[in-house]
Write a protein that binds this ligand. Structure first.
Ligand SMILES: Cc1cc2nc3c(=O)[nH]c(=O)nc-3n(C[C@H](O)[C@H](O)[C@H](O)COP(=O)(O)OP(=O)(O)OC[C@H]3O[C@@H](n4cnc5c(N)ncnc54)[C@H](O)[C@@H]3O)c2cc1C
Length: 336
């Protein structure tokens, strides 16, 4: 892989804003995230909640905010390495090589760690053959809706993500069964009532116990969580939405100064390793606030310092974006 100016570990709001700032400063960037979707906690943990404390947005749904961060962050063509975890950091010359769990070796001049609480991994159901069917019948996220066109889906979970996917896929799926262990839900009431009034077959008090198929999934065995009676459900795909686990894991072994599971930084968001910055929820310093609003500022500052490391002649101050030609003029504000 090519060497980039900055590698961003973590595609949450702070990492995405760092990618935007890298592009603004003319730097090539690569984002690594262990999840299949960008957006960090906004996408993974609370997509349907309103956020009220992001500057310039009186009220915005977390998933819409994530969409904005993604559009803004990727506009300069940052390279994406998704569903892979940065596991090793090796000093090579003046820069670094990041090694991933999938075996990639990713060279970079500088590094911005925006890893939040650590790499998110979707929680698995924990049944036999689950790994065998991963991506060939068992999915932990939906990257491409068209893959499920006309398919018989079993969506597992009782939270916002499970209900969201029921509503989102109802039009294109052949059929949908929602499998949930109880009859109470963590999802938004409005979504629950929409799904209850849709064509979705609600299988409440059931859990998936077995997967069937030869290379390709053909069905599952469901077990009633109280009576323990089992029944077979024919389906082509199981979409699992039962939460995430996070762990700082391998980052702890990189020789960074760690304080209570966070990386210590100075006022420039530099860590104790040269050219390695940390921002957002993963960093700590006196007066640190774990907020999106402050994390965005940290991203801008860290990237501008990274820029001056790569190019000592560059100014720290990026200039005003309103003075830059970043896209088509907005007719509403045209002076002509
Ligand atoms: C329920 C809830 C409500 C919240 N509401 C608000 C609110 O109203 N306002 C507010 O300001 N904040 C709120 N927050 C906090 C806010 O979401 C976080 O401060 C913010 O997401 C931090 O952004 P981040 O980019 O630092 O990290 P994250 O959003 O945590 O993203 C980190 C990303 O890094 C990835 N990653 C980590 N380690 C690795 C690795 N080794 N390799 C590859 N990828 C890795 C993870 O998979 C993850 O996607 C809320 C949080 C929760 C849980």
């Amino acid at each position: 892989m090519n060497q980039v100016d900055v590698t961003i570990i973590g595609g949450g709001p702070c990492g995405l804003f760092a990618a935007f700032y890298a592009g603004l400063r003319g730097m090539s960037a690569r984002i690594i995230d262990s999840l299949p979707e960008l957006g960090g906690q906004l996408t993974a943990l609370y997509p349907e909640k309103y956020v009220y404390d992001v500057a310039g947005f009186p009220k915005v749904l977390a998933k819409d905010l994530a969409k904005g961060f993604i559009e803004q962050g990727l506009q300069f063509g940052a390279e994406l390495v998704l569903e892979d975890t940065a596991s090793e950091l090796v000093r090579v010359g003046e820069g670094y090589e990041i090694r991933t769990l999938a075996g990639k070796m990713l060279p970079t001049k500088t590094l911005v760690i925006s890893a939040g609480a650590g790499a998110f991994q979707p929680t698995k159901i924990g049944i036999p053959r689950e790994d065998e069917f991963h991506e060939s019948g068992v999915y932990y996220g939906v990257r491409d809706k068209s893959r499920f066109k006309g398919k018989r889906l079993a969506i597992v979970g009782g939270g916002d993500s499970a209900f969201d996917w029921c509503m989102n896929l109802e039009d294109i799926a052949g059929s949908i069964s929602l499998i949930h262990r109880r009859d109470v839900f963590r999802a938004h009431e409005e979504s629950v009532s929409k799904v209850k009034n849709s064509s979705v077959n609600m299988k409440l008090w059931y859990a998936v116990k077995e997967l069937h198929g030869n290379g390709v999934l053909s069905g599952v065995t469901l077990e009633h969580t109280q009576t323990k009676e089992t029944e077979r459900l024919d389906c082509d795909a199981v979409i699992v939405n039962i939460g995430f686990k996070s762990s700082l894991g391998p980052i702890k072994t990189w020789g960074l100064e760690i304080e209570k599971n966070q990386i210590r930084v100075n006022q420039n968001y530099e860590t104790n390793l040269p050219g390695v910055f940390a921002i957002g929820d993963v960093c700590t310093f006196p007066g640190k606030l774990k907020l999106i609003a402050t994390g965005a500022g940290e991203a801008a500052t860290a990237v501008c310092f990274a820029k001056t490391m790569i190019d000592p002649a560059a100014k720290l101050f990026p200039g005003h974006s309103s003075e830059m030609d970043l896209g088509a003029p907005d007719p509403a504000h045209s002076t002509e």
